[in-house]
Design a protein. Structure first.
Length: 605
């Protein structure tokens, strides 16, 4: 029984550390940003608090905790998982292209978010320094420098993996949420009437009194729900139940803190930084420890997001929507713990650039929210289609209603475009452009290579093999499918007569499940010709050498194709450059260099 209790609470504590950093640090800046543009009158405070409570309930609890998290594949979640579920459901229907396009946008927006979140979280925490009397006159450029140093340190230590550090994350975030609850509760005791703000009537009244300007306040209200998508995206790390349980605690802590900030604002409408001002007025002696805890919480939030970006990119690589990149595995027992160096350094440069560009967290809030609402709307659309096509049809109208709410927020956020919101689109545009060029380029390259079908190939192969001038040993040839023979194999075997006594066509098929590995050796495809197929989930790390040995294949040499692309098309030129800059298939799968033999094929595209 005690073990069950330990794992019950242990799962909740781990979830707080790995999943809720982003949404958990939003009280640092949400009300500060909203009341920088809205007058903190009692009516407005009640209206905004009501909007925050219902935004957290509808967009995080209902959309992600209840609906999205019921859609998992082997416990994994995220936009790519929704796409894989839809691919199965629609079975090549005409909407499949639309679904793929939507999932590309969703993935790109999430990756763009991965730049803004660490920047706004760390900057807003560091800005709390100015409330310490001795630091009151620190110039903004020094605050940016501190924030930059924290960000650089965070990225520099990524290669070590978060496995060891993650153990400390949970307890620290529990402490953070306890501090949020306590500071909020102290204020609520002073004015218990604030609890009335939970009623949706105050939100409706706020819209009626403020009209269009009230509608556009939604673009700042959404800041309270940023990071909500992590509940679903990180489901594979910890499982559904611990995340759900932890969310109820986190939800309560956030509501208590926001209500407390509301009470403080009514008494001190001139406050510039609501959360920090509230804690300092309650206990000046505890302010510095609280500030240290805030900085640690924002580092944990950023860490969770960086790990999430690595996971998304890895899913993108294995489902062939993104180019291959060098991946390192930082944990021997946690499959999700990976490190992608090129992504890490690129993210770091962009985070520092965004900090320098926007200077202050409230300026950054003007760019933040567009990507989040876009991702939520796409999740809503995909969920509605899935529920409408499964036995849970009763969930489809609920998902559709929530999608409408997502679009209301998205439309409100469009007014951020001229104020820096375009940056979130530029940041998302980099992965989106890469995905489009890569997926279309792969298809065009495959067509340009003009592969042979197995029957035509076997006619010539059998004639050459029968001459008996075959090389002793086993030759491995990588192909996409055993029955589609790429030009480099034709060049090797038919034109150059490089045929071994045993030839094995090896192909890797990624399944639409996240995990699971299987292999199938078929002998006698031709005289001295076998095929070896590996079936692996898109989150799996494959030990190709181990699988070959297990099936009695001891290869002498491994052949693979290298394409030299000649083109006048600008898009294919970019595709060709990406191919040259990224590792090829065999480098990605860490095959023994001493046995590798690349065969060059010149292709006109």
């Amino acid at each position: 029984m005690s073990k069950q209790v330990d794992s019950f609470w242990g799962g909740i504590v781990k979830s707080m550390g790995l999943v809720f950093g982003d949404i958990g640090t939003s009280p640092i800046y949400t009300l500060t940003v909203i009341f920088a543009i809205t007058k903190p009158t009692p009516d407005n405070i009640y209206g905004i608090l009501s909007l925050i409570v219902w935004t957290l309930f509808i967009l995080v609890t209902v959309e992600y905790a209840w609906l999205a998290m019921s859609l998992g594949r082997k416990g994994e979640g995220g936009t790519i998982v929704l796409k894989e579920i839809l691919v199965r459901l629609l079975k090549g229907g005409r909407y499949l292209g639309v679904v793929s396009f939507l999932s590309f946008i969703g993935v790109s927006l999430l990756l763009g978010d991965g730049v803004i979140t660490p920047a706004i979280s760390i900057l807003s925490a560091v800005e709390g320094l100015v409330l310490i009397p001795a630091c009151a006159n620190i110039p903004q450029h020094l605050l940016i420098l501190f924030a930059g140093v924290i960000a650089i340190t965070l990225f520099v230590f990524q290669f070590k993996g978060t496995d060891k550090v993650a153990r400390a994350f949970g307890p620290l975030m529990v402490l953070w949420f306890a501090a949020l609850s306590l500071s909020g509760a102290v204020e609520i005791v002073r004015d218990p009437g604030i609890v009335r703000a939970i009623s949706p009537w105050y939100a409706i009244k706020f819209f009626l009194e403020n009209g269009w300007s009230g509608f556009f306040v939604l673009s700042e209200v959404i800041l309270c729900a940023t990071g909500g998508e992590a509940l679903y995206a990180d489901m594979g790390h910890l499982g559904r139940k611990p995340i759900l349980r932890a969310w109820y605690f986190v939800f309560a802590a956030l509501i208590i803190n926001y209500l407390g900030q509301g009470v403080f604002l009514m008494a001190h409408p001139e406050t510039k930084n609501t959360l920090f001002g509230m804690v300092q007025s309650q206990s000046p002696y505890l302010y510095i420890p609280f500030l240290v805890l805030t900085v640690l919480a924002t580092i944990i939030a950023s860490q969770a997001l960086i790990s999430g970006v690595f996971s998304i990119v890895y899913q993108g690589i294995t489902t062939r929507i993104m180019p291959l990149m060098k991946v390192d595995y930082t944990s021997s027992h946690l499959k999700s713990q990976i490190y992608i160096g090129s992504v890490n350094w690129f993210l770091m440069i962009l985070v520092l650039f965004i900090m320098l560009l926007f200077q202050k967290s409230e300026n950054l809030a003007a760019a933040y929210g567009l990507a989040v609402t876009g991702t939520m709307a796409i999740t809503g659309i995909m969920m509605t289609i899935i529920f409408a096509n499964t036995t849970k049809k009763w969930k489809a109208p609920i998902a559709a209603l929530i999608t409408v709410v997502d679009f209301v927020f998205l439309i409100a956020n469009l007014n951020k475009l001229p104020h820096g919101g375009y940056w979130s689109l530029i940041l998302a545009g980099v992965p989106f452009g890469t995905i489009l060029i890569w997926t279309k380029g792969q298809r065009a390259l495959y067509r340009a290579l003009k592969p042979l079908d197995a029957e035509t190939f076997l006619l010539s192969y059998e004639q050459i093999y029968a001459k008996g001038k075959n090389i002793p040993g086993t030759g491995l040839f990588f192909t996409r499918e055993w029955n589609v023979v790429p030009p480099y194999v034709v060049h090797c075997m038919i034109r150059s007569n490089i045929i071994y006594e045993r030839n094995v066509f090896i192909s890797i098929m990624r399944t639409d499940e996240p995990f699971g590995i299987g292999s199938k050796l078929t002998t006698g495809r031709g005289t001295g010709l076998d095929s070896f197929e590996i079936f692996a989930g898109y989150m799996e790390v494959i030990d190709i050498e181990g699988l070959l040995k297990k099936n009695g294949i001891i290869e002498k040499v491994i052949f693979y194709g290298v394409e030299d692309i000649a083109t006048n098309n600008p898009a294919w030129s970019v595709f060709s450059t990406i191919k040259k800059l990224t590792p090829n298939f065999v480098q990605f799968n860490k095959l023994p260099a001493s046995k590798l033999q690349g065969v060059l094929t010149r292709v006109e595209m």
